[in-house]
Design a protein around this ligand. Structure first.
Ligand SMILES: *Cc1c(COP(=O)(O)O)cnc(C)c1O
Length: 384
C-alpha cells in the first residue's frame, strides 16, 4: 500500500488520511465534542493538549488532510474564511507594509481599509494580476506580506503565483494566496512558491453550504506560523467541533464535486461565449481570457467552477436574467453542490468597479445540460 505522499490528492481526500477509530473500529472518526481533556497518570497533558481553544483536538484530522492536499507543513482551521485571511495580517506588526490586489474578496478588502489601516498596517492596492505594478509596489525590507487571490472574484483575474512569489521573496516579504476559488484540485500554491494559502472552507472544501469555516496552510512551521497559531488561540478564532467534523466529511468528495462543477463551468462558458444575449464571458478556461496562458500553467484538471456572464443590457436587465433562473438560485456565496447566480454590482457599495451587467455564477454539480438550458431560458427575457 502506497503511503500518503505517493497517493494522488484525490485518494488522500476520499480516505481523509484513513484514520480508523481505535476504540470501536469505526471507519469514520467520532465527533469530539469535549472542550477539555483529562491529564494522564503522570499529570501530563495528553498529546500536549488540554483545552479545545489551544490545540483543538477536534480539528487535528481535518487540518492534517488539508495540509496534505496543499502539500504544506501544517494547517489551521478558523471560525470563518475571514478569520483565516485576517490572521495572516494579524501576525504582522503596526507599521508593516502590505500589498493587496484591487480585485479580491470583498470582505477582506473592506477589512484592510477599515481595520488593517486603522491598526497600523500600511496597505497598497495594485491592479490584480499585474506583476509590474506588484514589483513597483513592494518595498524591499519594509513589505512583509504580499496578498493575492487567483482566480479573483468576480472577474476571475489570474495572478501568476510563481512570479508573484519571486517578487515578494526578493523584497523580503511572504506571499499569501487566497485559493478558495481554485481549491487544491486545480492549484497547489505552495508548490509554486507561496508561503501561506488561505481558504474559505465555507465554500468548496466543505461544499454543501452548511458550514462556516476557514483555513490557513503554511509552507513552513516557522515563527510567523507560530504567531498565527497564537493569534488564533488568544483571539478565539476556532470553529466548532461539529463544523470541523462536517468539513472533514465534505473534503472526502472535494475532487468529484470540483471536477464535475469545473467541467460544467467550462461547457457553460464555451456555450455562452458569442451568445447573442451575452456581451462577454469571464472565465480563465476560455482562450480569450487575459489570464488563460498563466492559468494553463498553474491550474490542472480544469479552471474552476466560477465564471461571470456580462449580459447585453444594464443592471435591471441582469437582475431580470437572474430572477428568470429556475435551477440557479439567486443567492450570494459559492462552492456548494447547488448552482448560484448573483448580481454583484448591486451587492457592493455604490461606485464599485464591478460591471453593472455582470452576473456571477457558482456552478454546482447538477447536470450540465440542465444548467445551460436554465440560463438559455433566463436570457430569453432580454429578447422580450
Ligand atoms: C467567502 C470568501 C472568503 C471569506 O470566507 P467566509 O468563510 O465567508 O468568512 C474569503 N475569500 C474568498 C475568495 C471567499 O470566496
Amino acid at each position: 500500500m502506497a503511503d500518503e505522499k505517493d497517493q494522488h490528492p484525490a485518494t488522500v481526500a476520499a480516505r481523509a488520511l484513513g484514520a480508523v477509530d481505535a476504540a470501536t473500529g469505526a471507519i469514520i472518526p467520532p465527533i469530539h465534542m469535549a472542550t477539555t481533556l483529562q491529564r494522564d497518570a503522570n499529570y501530563e497533558k495528553p498529546g500536549g493538549r488540554q483545552y479545545i481553544r489551544d490545540e483543538g483536538h477536534a480539528f487535528l484530522q481535518p487540518e492534517a488532510v488539508l495540509a496534505a492536499l496543499e502539500g504544506g507543513a501544517d494547517a489551521l482551521l478558523f471560525s470563518a474564511g475571514m478569520g483565516a485571511c485576517t490572521a495572516a495580517f494579524h501576525a504582522l506588526a503596526p507599521g508593516d507594509h502590505v500589498v493587496a490586489p484591487d480585485v479580491m474578496y470583498y470582505g477582506l478588502a473592506r477589512w484592510l481599509e477599515e481595520f488593517g489601516a486603522h491598526w497600523g498596517l500600511e496597505v497598497d492596492f495594485v491592479p490584480a494580476g499585474d506583476l509590474d505594478a506588484l514589483a513597483a509596489a513592494v518595498r524591499p525590507g519594509r513589505t512583509r506580506l504580499v496578498w493575492t487571490e487567483t482566480p479573483a472574484n468576480p472577474t476571475w483575474t489570474v495572478t501568476d503565483i510563481a512570479a508573484a512569489a519571486e517578487i515578494a521573496h526578493r523584497a523580503g516579504a511572504l506571499l499569501g494566496v487566497d485559493s478558495t476559488a481554485a481549491t487544491p484540485v486545480h492549484t497547489r500554491p505552495i508548490a509554486l512558491g507561496a508561503d501561506l494559502v488561505a481558504h474559505s472552507a465555507t465554500k468548496y472544501l466543505n461544499g454543501h453550504s452548511d458550514v462556516l469555516a476557514g483555513a490557513l496552510v503554511t509552507a513552513r512551521d516557522d515563527a510567523v506560523w507560530q504567531r498565527i497559531r497564537r493569534h488564533r488561540y488568544l483571539n478565539g478564532m476556532l470553529p466548532g467541533s461539529v463544523e470541523a467534523w462536517l468539513l472533514l466529511r465534505g473534503m472526502r468528495t472535494l475532487f468529484v464535486r470540483v471536477r464535475q462543477a469545473s467541467a460544467s463551468a467550462q461547457a457553460i462558458a464555451a456555450h455562452f461565449a458569442g451568445h447573442p444575449a451575452v456581451e462577454r464571458v469571464l472565465y480563465p478556461g476560455l482562450a480569450d481570457h487575459p489570464g488563460h496562458a498563466v492559468a494553463r500553467r498553474q491550474m490542472q484538471d480544469g479552471f474552476g467552477a466560477m465564471l461571470s456572464l456580462c449580459v447585453h443590457g444594464n443592471a435591471e436587465d441582469a437582475i431580470r436574467v437572474a430572477q428568470g433562473c429556475r435551477i440557479f438560485i439567486t443567492a450570494t456565496s459559492l462552492g456548494g453542490v447547488e448552482s448560484l447566480i448573483e448580481h454583484r454590482h448591486s451587492v457592493e457599495p455604490p461606485g464599485n468597479a464591478t460591471p453593472a451587467n455582470l452576473l456571477r455564477l457558482s456552478v454546482g454539480i447538477e447536470e450540465t445540460a440542465d444548467l445551460i438550458a436554465d440560463l438559455e431560458h433566463a436570457l430569453a427575457v432580454l429578447r422580450r
